[in-house]
Design a protein around this ligand. Sequence first.
Ligand code: TYM
Length: 344
Amino acid sequence: MSEAAQNNPAFTPRVFSGIQPSGGLTLGNYLGAMKRFLDMQGSGIETIYCVVDMHAITVWQDPEALRKQTRELTAGYLAAGLDPTKSILFNQSQVPEHAQLAWIFNCVARLGWMNRMTQFKDKAGKNAEKASLGLYAYPALMAADILLYHATQVPVGEDQKQHVELTRDIAAKFNHDYGTEFFPMTEPVIEGAATRVMSLRDGSKKMSKSDPSDASRINMTDDADAIAKKIRKAKTDPEPLPSEPAGLAERPEARNLVNIYAALSEQSVDAVMADVGGKAFSEFKPMLADLAVAKLAPISTEMARYMEDPAEIDRILADGASRARKIAAPILKKTYEIVGMVGA
Ligand code: TYM
């Protein structure tokens, strides 16, 4: 039995996760999250995936760009293999219960907890006084996303672990304060070789859509030439690859490229090392570039095809939102009742 099932015997297993439409989709999002969402799609557990547009506006988004990015991210999910008849796919703002539950959680979460969120500190930087209130409250909205569906498992990359732990803290405090067992203890699912894909220019920094250098990341919309060029130019050290995974410990750039290779080829790092150990980067980089192009170029072509029919994308999101609401509305109603709202 999975850990999630053991901790939540009263809850039907359910998977929820989300990605922000705040810029293009990167290889980090794909390997750390989206590809793993798809692996869970056929597992017999209900899967719900969200384009979190309300999270995106916690930092400024041009309205036209937000609309385009929302559709593009949806196209990315579909192109990567999400089947909207098997999973529920929708954008967050079409299910108003997310914002409603988030307000309740704003009243459950403590300032001290929010002050510990490392992502807020990173994103707000030195100018925290100028950050939006939404950016600060962002993890409470994320907890609402998850708990609105009583989700038991949340596949995410390493950088979201702290937010899923906060979700558990919010669920536990709500349950304790109101003397109920209404919300489950959600488990983060952080698995595989690519839970933290690093920048191609600096092995100590996460690959991110907000990095000013486009060469630091592979975008899911990059064509074959761009992908190959970025891998060729990726920062490395002068030594050949070690023959044991332990030899990667002090070599972040080398480790990152091996992890990407393992995730793209769906092999363990050990298996990859057995294959490529001892090779020079001049030999390994073209192998990685070929693999990345073979796996990613068809997705980018499919994405472009979906983007030619935005009305179909909007239809899929609206249909997903109405299915999501059928699950969310009774859970919100019950939450209101527990809290003491008249008329719920
Ligand atoms: P976001 O949009 O920043 O990223 C989406 C997912 O991609 C993962 N990810 C990475 N994984 C590995 N290496 C990287 N370099 C990398 N960059 C991003 C993230 O860990 C994430 O899984 N707050 C979330 C979105 C969200 C959410 C939710 C997630 C809102 N509500 C509910 C799960 C459940 C975020 O900003 O992800």
